[in-house]
Design a protein around this ligand. Structure first.
Ligand SMILES: *Cc1c(COP(=O)(O)O)cnc(C)c1O
Length: 349
């Protein structure tokens, strides 16, 4: 199977499993797991922050960052297609008791003017803004990279209003590799930054939350326990994360090249609409208009050929490249797309 549904499907390599099997461990709730401690140090240094906290998932990383920085009854500004809104089961409302203020961005990106307009006035009637969240790369926006000047402009607005910022950097290193901007240059504009060790980096589980603020770190740690995300001998998992940070960041450029390769091949197919210039990292959205197949039938036919993609509504499909698909896999997948969609003779069957 050539699995292009998501970069979450990546599996730990034999070398990563070996590192995990050999990991030194201890009770991390006592702060005694040396491998977790090392991962937190390495991860914090990578994004230029003082400290980092290991958590089981990116969702928990986002939710602890929201809970630690926004009191119940406050408002959090977030782009309308953000992971925090679409894919976290309403946790910000259900668990943190905050209201999310949606801003419609372009391909997932807000402007400083939009953020400025979304901040509530400090009068006795208005709900009070507590936090601004950005997402890079933006998943539902198509793997878009926040331009650094846009982040800087939003930061200036946040500073004027005394508001903290959180970065959902689940795919931060895709943004880093695509833009050439060091992770710390992005991270310095945010009080908290999360990034996933799973997904394109290939670890089986785990994310880090990084911050400079010891008070925020203390709250993150206590809420991690409250939310059930504190683990014991989690060095086994952390070893996979360390291996991922050491070996799988630079190679993300191969995934980006493969995404562009697939986009260029799909553009040749008349039944596919895609703008290859919108493919910035490892996520491609495209539309399929076939006289032969409904979207579910097309996805099923591709699966018969050994290629998995996701239908995401209407005529739109999503494909994601990652470390378990090679350039040859991409060419083979594109051959299947072309054969299924170009073969009009097949329409009569
Ligand atoms: C995947 C993802 C997360 C975290 O998801 P988990 O499934 O909890 O690991 C957070 N934000 C974005 C943008 C993501 O794509």
């Amino acid at each position: 199977m050539i699995d292009l549904r998501s970069d979450t499907v990546t599996k730990p390599s034999p070398a990563m499993r070996d590192a995990m099997a050999r990991a030194d461990v201890g009770d991390d709730i006592y702060g005694e797991d040396p491998t977790v401690n090392r991962l937190q140090e390495v991860g914090a240094a990578l994004v230029g922050k003082r400290a980092a906290l290991f958590v089981p998932s990116g969702t928990l990383g986002n939710q602890l960052s929201v809970r630690a920085q926004a009191e119940p009854g406050r408002e959090v500004i977030v782009e309308g297609q953000a992971h925090i809104i679409r894919y976290e089961q309403g946790a910000a409302a259900a668990l943190a008791g905050v209201q999310l203020h949606w801003v419609s961005g372009a391909h997932g990106l807000m402007t400083a003017e939009q953020v400025q307009a979304a901040i509530r006035p400090k009068d006795p009637y208005s709900i009070q803004t507590a936090l601004i969240c950005l997402e890079t790369t933006h998943n539902a926006g198509g793997g878009t990279v926040y331009p650094l000047p846009t982040i800087q402009a939003i930061r200036a607005v946040a500073t004027t209003h005394g508001l903290p910022m959180h970065l959902d950097g689940a795919r931060l290193f895709n943004a880093v590799v695509a833009s050439g901007v060091p992770a710390a240059e992005y991270a310095r504009h945010f009080e908290t930054v999360t990034f996933c060790l799973s997904k394109g980096l290939g670890a089986p589980a785990g994310s880090l939350i990084a911050t400079d603020d010891p008070g925020v770190m203390e709250r993150l740690r206590r809420f991690r326990r409250m939310y059930g995300g504190a683990m014991r001998q989690s060095g086994i998992l952390a070893a996979g994360g360390l291996y991922a940070l050491e070996h799988h960041i630079a190679r993300l450029s191969e995934d980006h090249a493969n995404a562009k390769r697939l986009a260029a091949r799909l553009q040749q197919i008349p039944a596919v609409t895609i703008d290859p210039s919108r493919v910035e990292t490892n996520i491609l959205f495209f539309d399929v208009h076939s006289t032969k197949f409904s979207i579910p039938a097309f996805v099923a036919a591709l699966k018969q050929e050994g290629v998995l993609i996701n239908a995401v509504g209407g005529s739109t499909c999503r494909a994601v490249t990652h470390l378990d698909v090679s350039a040859e896999d991409i060419e083979r997948a594109a051959d299947h797309f072309a054969r299924l969609l170009n073969n009009q003779a097949g329409a009569s069957h």
